[in-house]
Design a protein around this ligand. Structure first.
Ligand code: ZN
Length: 67
């Protein structure tokens, strides 16, 4: 009765998950901090990052947009 076979997870994404390597395409300063438009050199996905004024590391301000 016990099933030993692992169920296959459905493929939910057409592209393989990898660690994006973001490169800045353009940036500009705003009152919120520096807004960067970044693009992954590996898969071409894009994202918008905001680097808050101060020493905090950049954080994603948008979802990843696929190529
Ligand atoms: Zn990528």
């Amino acid at each position: 009765m016990a099933s030993t076979a692992l169920e296959q997870h459905p493929q939910t994404r057409p592209i393989a998950v990898h660690e994006h390597g973001w490169a800045t395409e353009s940036q500009h300063a705003t009152s919120e901090g520096v807004v960067r438009y970044v693009r992954c050199a590996g898969c071409g996905s894009r994202r918008v990052d905001v680097e808050p004024a101060g020493a905090a590391p950049p954080m994603a301000a948008s979802a990843v947009v696929g190529p």
